[in-house]
Write a new protein. Structure first.
Length: 135
């Protein structure tokens, strides 16, 4: 019998507790690292259906479509810190996300949660006086 086997046999309770603690820490760590499930949100606006299962794509396409209608000045009060005319004006955290280029010379940072994006869409629809329907 090796020295390691002897030590384990003489200290079985302590060894078992050590293994259990190790496994519990690994399980807890893996549970914490799980991302929240992706939110699928289809909606209708501008007479168009935004049906991608990736909500960020729907958001981006809506903003691009809307920028063909509204000037930069109409976007600014709604999108606030998420819209700039120059990429360098964004904070570092906003520059890490994808930047959406609009037809009205605006740049939008997509560094926001789904609720914020939905609010942007809803508010821009209000500015245009159109309906916004979530499917």
């Amino acid at each position: 019998m090796s020295l390691i086997e002897k030590i384990i046999r003489e200290n079985q309770d302590e060894f078992v507790n050590l293994v259990v603690k190790f496994v519990e820490e690994k399980i807890t760590t893996k549970v914490k690292k799980r991302k929240a499930p992706k939110i699928v949100c289809h909606f209708q606006a501008l007479g168009k259906n935004y049906n991608s299962n990736i909500f960020a794509e729907n958001y981006e396409q809506f903003l691009i479509d809307t920028s063909k209608i509204l000037d930069y000045d109409k976007f600014e009060p709604v999108l606030k810190s998420f819209i700039k005319k120059n990429e360098n004006e964004f904070s570092e955290s906003h520059r890490k996300s994808s930047i959406i280029k609009l037809h009205n010379e605006g740049l939008i940072s997509s560094h926001s949660g789904t609720k914020v994006k939905l609010k942007h869409i809803e508010e821009l629809c209000k500015v245009m006086g159109i309906n916004f329907t979530i499917k």
